[in-house]
Each structure stands twice: as C-alpha cells, then as structure tokens.
Write a protein that binds this ligand. Structure first.
Ligand SMILES: *Cc1c(COP(=O)(O)O)cnc(C)c1O
Length: 453
C-alpha cells in the first residue's frame, strides 16, 4: 500500500480543493487545520497522533463511541452481502427490520417509516407529507406552517423556511415559503423577568392566539421538543410540547416533532416526546439513528396520514418523493446494531446517573464571571457567555469568544464546537462518569482562562 499523504500535503489539498460547511473559508485558509485520522471509543486521533475527547459527538450524532465493534461488524457483514440497492420498487433486509424496530420504539400511534439520508431531508419530507395530506383530504386552505422562533431544522430550502435564522438565511428570504413564528418559553431570552411557569403560560397563550387568528389555514406545527439545539440549546419544560400537542389536536393541525438532535437517548429517554407523553403525527429522526456512523434519516408517520395517500395509481395520490440512497442497507444495518447496543448495554438505564452528575457538574459554571446562563436536558448542554452578565449582553461578533474557548479546549485535548457565544457540550452517550467530570472541568477552566484574560 502506498503511504498516505502527510500533514502538509493534506493541508495543501484541503486548502486548495475543499469548501467546509458553516465555515468562513477566508479564516480557515489562514489557519492550521486539525486533520483526523482515526477514532476509538470517545476519542479522536489526528494525523500527528494527538488524542482528543469527542465532546460534541462528532456534531451530535455519535451515540456509543467510535469503532464500536457490534456496529462495525454489522456494517462489514452487510457490505459483504450488498452495499446498496434501491427502495424504489425493491425491499432490502436491514431497512425493513429497522422500520419495524423504530415503530416498536416510537411513541404509540406512529406506524410508517419513510427513509432519507439527512435531518434536513427528514424534515423536508414531513413538511411535504403534511401539506399534501390536507390537499388529499380536500382541505386545501391548510397551507401554512407554524414553527418556533429561532428553531433550526436543516439547510434545505423547505427546512430553512420553517427554521429561519436571520444570521444564516436573510439572503435566501425571497426563496422561502411563509411560516408563522411562535415564541418558545425560553426564559433567558424572551421572558427574562418571569418564572418558568409564567413563561410557559405566556408562550402557550401566544400560540393559541396565532392558531385562532389563522383558523383553518394551518397545515402543521413543527417543533424541536425539549431543547432547541442549534438555536444555542434553548430548553423548554416538557409541558410546552404537551401544550402544543393539545392545541394542534383542538385545531386540527398536524404536529411534527423534529427529534433529529434530541432522539436516540440524548435526553435520557429514547425520544424526547416521551417526557411529555406526546405522540406527534410526524416525527423526524436523523443524527443518532445510525449510531452516528453513516448518513441516515427517517420520517415517521401515523397510519392516518399514510392512508390519505392510498388510491388507484391514476388518482396520482402517490407520495412522489425519494432519494437515490433512501434506506441504504449499510446505514440501516448500523441502525439495527445501534439499537442492539441500546438494549445490550442498557444505555438508557446507564444514562440516568450520568445525566444527574452532568447537572451537578454544570451547576458551579453559573458562578463563572462571564457565564450568563447554563441550560441542559439529558446529555446536551449549552453554556452561554456574556461580556456583561447582568445585562446578558453578548460579546461583539468579531471577538468570536465561543470560538476562542474551543480553541483553548483543544490544547487540553477536547474537541467541542460553539454556537456563537454558547459553548455546547454533547458527549457521546458512552461517556463515563470520570470522563464527564474531566470534560466539564476542562470546559470550565477554558471559559475562565479565555473570558478573564
Ligand atoms: C442537525 C439538525 C437537523 C439537520 O440535520 P442534517 O443531518 O444536518 O441535515 C435538523 N433538525 C435538527 C433539530 C437538527 O439538530
């Protein structure tokens, strides 16, 4: 075998040919890139042999650590059988078995699995299914969507329409379809002088008002239950999604839960909806669905929605949507193996003391001079930095304070990625108690070092 190219060669090629996601490339091109060669368990190793803890689960998707034997073997075995065949007109084995298992695990009432390959497509599919459902039912006035302020649902145009962010998306505005926004009960940002209880009541009142003003015109409400991840870890009480479901039921509006980030154990239950006893009409899954090894996503639907699409071929009620790699057997094999590990390792049970400890560890960070808020649900947390804690005033954008903290963390062997001035901790579910202690300790030290210099 030829020896693989070294650091300098790779850097040169990267800088010459690659365009990185969510990255200001002008900045990137002036920096030394961190080049990952391999990973094992909760650690990543770069080409120079340095070791880093994977503090954001490789952008929120890794579940059981890297290189987990059962998952790797499942993929290998599937690779020996067949890597990919189409689901347009054919069945494959892993996609079928995974569908059955997902439905057995999902909140009761969800019955059908439509596969795709990223969170954004899972959302796109849910939006299209909801829209077409009402058309097929003869209720064609229901064309509007409702979403939470600053929610994030992926980067395709439909997902951006419902997950609009002024910073990321303002130049696409003319391309986006209309969407009504409701304010989530995020105390820190929107209801700062209120209790969580009264913020919740006000948020639900507002949603009720918007629903009333648009009676008969709303197709679906889409929400990330419990935690709006990419907004900067905005937590909500479980009662919020329960309240939204009630409102949807009362107004004949479909509820889409985007569990792309919060699904697969992240909040301490298999799905975040379970904390609220909510069954959505459509549920979007991605990220952790394959254990974080291969691209896979799914949109789960109720039988009622599925049935609206049934008819004679010439009625053209078919859901005309699909992707080349829909239900890819390798990714689905990884998904099946990941679910096996959930049961063999009793992951959800193991998580409970870990989540408890995480809460304890995060508590003291609130006392740091430039930490204005700490928010957590299960194994996901956001630590918000502020130049002036009292006014909750963030840092000037150009200072990139969050980024400075994560650069500092690298020196201590931790890979994390911020969202603006919010430091995100999202370790793999396979993290041990002592790793968690260490991770939060390093993060705290780095925040202090950078914000107090
Ligand atoms: C990451 C994310 C998405 C998009 O998933 P991709 O796989 O990146 O397309 C959608 N919704 C939520 C809540 C997410 O966190």
């Amino acid at each position: 075998m030829n020896s693989s190219p070294g650091y300098n060669q790779l850097k040169q090629w990267d800088h010459a040919y690659v365009w990185h996601p969510f990255t200001q490339m002008q900045e990137w091109l002036s920096e030394e890139p961190l080049i990952i060669e391999r990973a094992e368990g909760n650690y990543l190793y770069d080409v120079q042999g340095r070791c880093y803890f994977d503090g954001v689960s490789s952008l929120w998707c890794n579940v059981h650590g890297h290189g987990r034997r059962e998952l790797v073997e499942a993929i290998r075995n599937q690779l020996d059988a067949v890597a990919h065949t189409t689901m347009l007109g054919l069945v494959n084995i892993p996609a079928t078995t995974l569908a059955k298992r997902l439905i057995e695990l999902a909140p009761a009432g969800l019955q059908r699995v439509f596969y795709s390959d990223s969170g954004a497509t899972a959302v796109e599919i849910a939006l299209k299914m909801a829209f077409e459902y009402w058309q097929l039912r003869g209720d064609s006035n229901r064309t509007l969507y409702v979403s939470l302020g600053d929610s994030y649902h992926g980067d395709t145009i439909g997902s951006v329409s419902v997950g609009y962010s002024e910073v990321f998306h303002k130049r696409y505005r003319p391309l986006l379809f209309p969407c009504l926004r409701i304010t989530p009960p995020h105390v820190f940002r929107y209801y700062r002088n209120e209790s969580a209880q009264s913020a919740l009541a006000h948020a639900l009142e507002e949603a009720e008002r918007i629903f009333a003003e648009n009676r008969g015109r709303i197709a679906a409400l889409i929400a990330e239950p419990l935690m709006q991840g990419a907004a900067g870890m905005w937590d909500q009480p479980a009662e919020y999604i329960a309240g939204l479901q009630k409102l949807c039921r009362a107004n004949n509006v479909l509820l889409i839960c985007d569990e792309v980030a919060v699904g697969f154990g992240r909040t301490g239950r298999m799905f975040a909806c379970e904390h609220a006893g909510v069954t959505p009409d459509l549920m979007c899954l991605g990220k952790g669905i394959s254990g974080g090894l291969l691209p896979l996503a799914a949109t789960l639907a109720t039988e009622e929605i599925f049935k609206a699409f049934l008819g004679k071929y010439e009625e053209r009620k078919t859901f005309f949507h699909g992707h080349t790699y829909t239900g890819n057997p390798l990714a689905c094999a990884a998904g099946n193996a990941s679910l096996d590990v959930f049961s063999s390792d009793r992951v959800l049970k193991r998580l409970q003391p870990l989540i408890f400890r995480f809460k304890e560890l995060l508590q003291p960070l609130k006392q740091l001079p430039h930490v204005s808020d700490v928010r957590q649900w299960g194994m996901m947390a956001g630590i918000e930095l502020a130049g002036d804690v009292a006014s909750r005033e963030g840092y000037p954008v150009a200072s990139q304070m969050g980024r400075q903290v994560i650069i500092e963390a690298r020196k201590h062997g931790v890979i994390i990625r911020p969202l603006g001035d919010v430091i995100i901790l999202m370790p793999p579910l396979s993290t041990t108690l002592s790793e968690l202690d260490w991770l939060v300790g390093v993060t705290s030290e780095c925040i202090r070092a950078v914000t107090c210099r």
